[in-house]
Design a protein around this ligand. Structure first.
Ligand SMILES: [Zn+2]
Length: 396
C-alpha cells in the first residue's frame, strides 16, 4: 500500500533560532520536514524543496522551535475549572507554545487521594491528552502527586501503564524530604521524571517546601524555583543553584525578582543551560497565554542575556532537561515551529533587539509535527511581517 509522505518546506526564513544555547542562531533560510520530523536545515539553493505538501514562505520572519511550557496544571481537554476557562490551551498556542508539561492535574474537582484512585486518574489523564491534543498542542500529562501509602509497586504499575511524570512533590500529603526522596527514587527507577513545589504555599491548603527539602528529595527539576507565588529567601535560592545540578525552572506565576536572582546565579556558575521556563498556569493568577513569551522578554530585557539565549530557556534547555524530542532545530526532531517577527511599532531595529528591549514578538504562524496549526496570533501584538501558507491548509 502506498501512503504519501508529508513534506513540509519553510523557505525565506530571515532568522533561524536553534534552541541550542551553544549555537543559538543558525546560518539557514530553509527547513524541510518529512512526516513531521525535521529532515534538513540549510540554504534553500542546496536543498530539495520540490513537491511540498505544505509550503510556507516565511517572508523574512524568524523561526524558532515551538515553545515549551515546562509547568502547567491541565485537567481535561481544553477546559480548566481553576478559573472556569475554555480554550486556554488554544490561546496558549497563539502565544507560540506547542508543548506543555503537566506538573500535576491537581485542579480536578474531587481529585482522588487514595492510592488506587490517584493511580487511576494519572493513567486516565495520560490517555486523554495522548488521545486528544487540544488545537494540536502536545500536552504531556498524567502526573500523580505523592500521597502517603504509595509503595514501590505503585510506581512500577504507573510506569508500565505509560505514566512518565510525577506532579509537584509537596502538593499531596507527602511533605517531608525523607518520604519524598524514597518515592522519587522509586519513580526514577522506573523512568518517571519528578518535580517539586519550591517555595511557600500557593493557595490555602498547600504548604512550604524549603531548600533543605528540595535538596533532600532530589527531584529531576526544581519546580518554580522562583516560587509559585511566594519565593524562598535569596540565600536558599542561591543554595539550590549551587548545590545540585537539577533543572532550574522559572515560572511566570512566581516572583520576578527571584527569577532574576536564579538567572544571575546560574550565569555566575556557568550553568545557564539549566534554566527552563514555565507558566504554572492555570493558577490563582489565571491562565497566561503569552506567559512564556513574557518570560523570554523579561529575562532578555532585565536579566542581561541575549534574546536568542532567552529563547533557548523556552525550547532547547527544557527539551534536554526533560528528554523531549522537540525544542531544537536538529534533523530527526519533531517539526514543531513558531514563526514570528518584531511587533508593529515596537522599538528596536530587529526582532531580537525589540525583545531585548522587553517587547513581545508578534507571532505569525505555528506548526506542530510539520502541520500548520495557527496563522496570525489573535493574542500577540501584530507582527510587522507575516509568513504565508502557499500550499496546504491549516490542520483542524
Ligand atoms: Zn507549585
Amino acid at each position: 500500500m502506498h501512503t504519501e509522505i508529508r513534506k513540509t518546506v519553510i523557505r525565506n526564513i530571515g532568522l533561524c533560532l536553534s534552541g541550542d544555547m551553544h549555537a543559538p542562531i543558525l546560518e539557514a533560510d530553509c527547513i524541510v520536514a518529512l512526516d513531521g520530523r525535521i529532515a534538513a536545515i540549510g540554504r534553500a539553493r542546496d536543498m530539495d524543496t520540490d513537491d511540498a505538501t505544505t509550503l510556507v514562505d516565511a517572508h523574512g520572519v524568524a523561526l524558532a522551535p515551538g515553545l515549551i511550557d515546562s509547568h502547567v496544571h491541565p485537567v481535561v481537554g481544553d477546559y480548566t475549572p481553576r478559573q472556569n476557562q475554555l480554550n486556554w490551551i488554544d490561546s496558549t498556542l497563539h502565544g507560540g507554545v506547542t508543548t506543555m508539561i503537566s506538573a500535576g492535574e491537581v485542579h480536578m474537582p474531587g481529585r482522588p487521594k487514595d492510592v488506587v484512585g490517584l493511580k487511576a486518574m494519572a493513567i486516565a489523564a495520560q490517555r486523554w491528552y495522548e488521545n486528544f491534543r487540544p488545537s494540536g498542542v502536545k500536552v504531556l500529562a498524567g502526573a500523580p502527586v505523592l500521597e502517603h501509602g504509595m509503595v514501590e509497586e505503585d510506581f512500577r504499575d504507573l510506569a508500565q501503564a505509560g505514566v512518565k511524570l510525577l506532579g509537584e512533590v509537596g502538593l499531596g500529603s507527602v511533605k517531608d524530604g525523607k518520604t519524598g526522596r524514597q518515592m522519587v527514587d522509586w519513580a526514577r527507577k522506573y523512568g518517571i521524571q519528578s518535580t517539586i513545589h519550591t517555595g511557600g504555599p500557593s493557595i490555602p491548603g498547600s504548604g512550604l517546601v524549603d531548600a533543605d527539602m528540595v535538596l533532600e528529595t532530589g527531584t529531576d527539576v526544581i519546580g518554580h524555583i522562583n516560587g509559585g507565588h511566594s519565593a524562598l529567601p535569596d540565600d536558599q535560592i542561591v543554595c539550590l543553584c549551587e548545590n545540585c545540578l537539577k533543572g532550574l525552572e522559572i515560572v511566570h506565576n512566581g516572583n520576578g525578582r527571584a527569577a532574576l536572582l536564579t538567572l544571575n546565579t546560574a550565569r555566575e556558575l556557568g550553568q545557564l543551560d539549566r534554566v527552563m521556563l514555565g507558566t504554572d498556569g492555570p493558577a490563582g493568577s489565571g491562565v497566561q497565554p503569552l506567559g512564556i513569551l513574557r518570560m523570554v522578554a523579561m529575562l532578555a530585557s532585565l536579566g542581561d542575556v541575549p534574546a536568542e539565549i532567552a529563547f533557548c530557556f523556552a525550547t532547547g534547555n527544557t527539551a534536554r532537561q526533560r528528554d523531549l524530542d522537540c525544542g531544537l532545530l536538529e534533523p530527526g526532531r519533531a517539526a514543531d515551529f513558531v514563526l514570528m517577527d518584531q511587533a508593529q511599532h515596537a522599538p528596536g531595529v530587529s526582532l531580537l533587539e525589540s525583545v531585548a528591549l522587553g517587547n513581545l514578538p508578534g507571532i505569525g504562524m505555528t506548526l506542530i509535527d510539520g502541520e500548520v496549526r495557527s496563522l496570525r496570533s489573535r493574542n500577540t501584538p501584530p507582527a510587522a511581517r507575516l509568513p504565508e501558507l502557499v500550499t496546504g491548509a491549516v490542520a483542524s
